[in-house]
Write a protein that binds this ligand. Sequence first.
Ligand code: GSH
Length: 206
Amino acid sequence: MIEIYGRPTAWNVRKVLFFMEDAGIPYRRIDYGRAFRPTNTREFLDINPNGLVPVLKDESFTLWESHAILRYLAAKYGPPGYYPGDLQSRSLVDQWLDWKLDHVSPALRALFMRHFLKVGEFADRDAAEREAEANRLFAILDNRLEKTGAYVAGAEITIADSALGMAVHRWLNLPLRRPNLPHVTRYYERLKKLPSFEKTICIGIP
Ligand SMILES: N[C@@H](CCC(=O)N[C@@H](CS)C(=O)NCC(=O)O)C(=O)O
């Protein structure tokens, strides 16, 4: 049985759980991270020297970094469409996954720290710029969704949606000044109809 180490409240864990639930991949989750088992122990650092969740265990194989985990699971166990075999289709999925990690994650992390966790160092005078940067990024996503009419990489759901669906949920549920982005809103409504998304992403935490 595949094991996922990580608390169900962590957004990097939630995107992996969303994918596994959606793809029907059985797993056992073990609580690690803030408010659960500590990740700074020798035992945990042996499996992820960063002391972060999620971590995947598949028999004797260990993997960390949520997007590497998504790619691995989709390639090995997922129905083919989630991570297409065709190189160009797969590269588009990779493009949006990398964009999320490199651009969207840092922008949203700061806003989450400030508005939800209320971490003092994020209540700074750059707040308006951080908000504007997030709005700029989600406008890019809105344009993309207008073109595909459905999901990030095209007409079918992929692991890019596992990551960006989580990000959209966070952005729409933080107390921010947001432009009206109709395609992002429609995308979120579509995802919310999935029991997998309801179970893992819509858990009362942005
Ligand atoms: N780039 C890593 C980031 C992992 C990360 O930042 N995880 C957070 C939770 S979202 C964490 O472990 N925080 C410490 C904790 O929960 O104790 C990934 O995508 O997996």
